[in-house]
Design a protein around this ligand. Structure first.
Ligand SMILES: Cc1ncc(COP(=O)(O)O)c(C=O)c1O
Ligand SMILES: N[C@@H](CCOP(=O)(O)O)C(=O)O
Length: 466
């Protein structure tokens, strides 16, 4: 399998090449040159497989020619061995046709572990094989950071530098990152929003000499491998509820658009998915786009679901590329215009295709709190402030006779203040995190400037090399 950039001007690479490159040199995102597709019998043959084996088989065509299936099997086996639920991604029925797929049974209690635990092994394998090293720079609004740190801590060939927006994550999320004191881990607190952090990461990639000197790589969902590793759980859920002989709908709380893009990819591979409901908090650029082809940036303001306090949804570019029938020049033009003006309008035909498949809903903080409380009162289920937004989007757009599967993207204990406000309860952290508030924290405050961040990344790398 080969990968091309959505902007058409970067080298074509294989899976391992894309894993290490992260972002394409032309500023675009890598996508498969062609989509693997499965026939109904192929899907049926996957029913009932353990999650690790299912993931291996779904990922094999994406890694073909680059990482062999036996290696993938070994890496998938290791990636999910530490999850604390035997089903890895259990489905919980909330009412007749509404289900939650819990994706938070990994070490850092969020769906990011699903991909990141595998990426840690993939990086090790490829770096060892190529006798190479990388500096991973990542941006987080709360969950990607700790998942990446957990997956890559103490790895010989990897230096990790994570940028988080100071004061804009939950305290649990921040401590999950800043209390990991391994030599190869550095946390930078940026005076700005997640979008600023993400822009700084992209600017480091655009600085060609710096990129080469540091051997930069990415763990955000701009890295195709992240999205690929999120596809298997959509397949697992759909098969469990009758696919390919029955359609399903997915509902996904959405920020950087990476999780729902994996659902889109599963559909593109032939999984029968009727529609994709996406939920946002009051930072609702995607919902506004779907409602009226208005992708216009506004200031990001903090919400009860901090991981979705995002306006620039990086993975939308991958969808746009497909909506434009893979016209890379048009995609580049629209994306460059968006960054210059803060506004994007896609051609009407493309917007109509998007809004026929994706249905949006945004909830403000009061509605989020109310929905957490109601679900807890009525079904005895405690959803975190991100998952509940997906659940409500799923309910709003439900189709009679078709199951809706909402993604449970984080454990409620990551957001104790929001849960207390909604229900009066304070969910306990699991035993391996029980002493989180007593652990020593370490991070550096860095101004929201490229030169300052690059200096901090350089210092992190050389400190570790010394
Ligand atoms: C708990 C949680 N839910 C939802 C999201 C949104 O997912 P995505 O950025 O893939 O759209 C995030 C952040 O990625 C998250 O951490
Ligand atoms: N919500 C994320 C933001 C980054 O998203 P990613 O999927 O592109 O890594 C977070 O919690 O950090």
């Amino acid at each position: 399998m080969r990968y091309v950039s959505t902007r058409g001007q970067a080298p074509v690479r294989d899976f391992a090449g894309v894993l290490l490159a992260g972002l394409a040199e032309d500023g675009g995102l890598y996508v498969p040159e062609t989509w693997p597709t499965l026939r109904p019998d192929d899907w049926r043959a996957l029913r009932g497989l353990p999650y690790q084996e299912l993931a291996t088989r779904i990922l094999a065509p994406f890694a073909a020619g680059s990482i062999d299936e036996a290696t993938l099997r070994r890496l998938c086996g290791r990636a999910y061995a530490g999850f604390n639920h035997p089903a890895i991604v259990p489905l919980v029925q909330l009412d007749g046709e509404l289900f939650v797929q819990e994706l938070f049974h990994g070490p850092t209690l969020a769906f990011k572990d699903m991909a990141m635990q595998l990426l840690g092994g993939l990086f090790d394998h490829v770096l060892e094989r190529e006798d190479a090293r990388v500096t991973i720079v990542g941006a987080t609004s709360g969950d990607t950071g700790s998942a990446a740190i957990e997956a890559c801590r103490d790895r010989e060939r990897i230096q990790v530098v994570i940028l988080h927006p100071e004061g804009r994550t939950s305290e649990v999320q921040r401590r999950q990152m800043t209390t990991v004191l391994s030599r190869n881990i550095d946390n930078l607190a940026i005076d700005g929003s997640f979008d600023d952090c993400q822009d700084l990461v992209k600017a480091m990639f655009a600085d060609a000499p710096f990129r080469a000197e540091m051997q930069l790589s990415a763990v955000n969902s701009i890295n195709w491998a992240r999205v690929a590793a999120q596809i298997p759980y959509y397949v697992a859920a759909a098969l469990a509820l009758g696919a390919p002989d029955r359609e399903v709908c997915f509902a996904v709380p959405t920020g950087n658009f990476g999780n729902v893009l994996a659902a889109w990819a599963a559909r593109r591979m032939g999984l029968p998915v009727r529609h994709l409901a996406i939920g946002s908090n009051h930072n609702d650029i995607l919902a506004r786009f779907l409602a009226g082809n208005d992708m216009s940036m506004r200031d990001v303001t903090p919400s009860l679901s901090p991981s979705m306090d995002i306006q620039v949804s990086s993975n939308f570019e991958r969808l746009l590329f497909e909506l434009l029938d893979r016209d890379a020049a048009a995609c580049a033009r629209i994306m460059t215009g968006f960054r210059a003006t803060g506004r994007m309008q896609v051609p009407d035909a493309a917007w109509r295709k998007a809004s026929a498949l994706f249905h949006g809903l945004s909830l403000d903080d009061d509605a989020t709190s109310g929905a957490i409380r109601r679900l807890h009162d009525e079904a005895g289920y405690l959803a975190d402030p991100h998952s509940i937004i997906g659940i409500e989007a799923g309910r709003r757009h439900a189709v009679a006779g078709i199951p809706t599967i909402a993604m449970g993207t984080a454990h409620p204990a990551k957001f104790p203040e929001a849960i207390r406000r909604a229900t009066g309860l304070v969910p306990a952290l699991p035993p391996h995190l029980a002493d989180l508030y007593e652990r020593e924290e370490r991070y550096r405050r860095v101004p929201n400037r490229l030169d300052a961040v690059e200096a901090a990344v350089r210092a992190a790398l050389f400190k570790n090399a010394a």
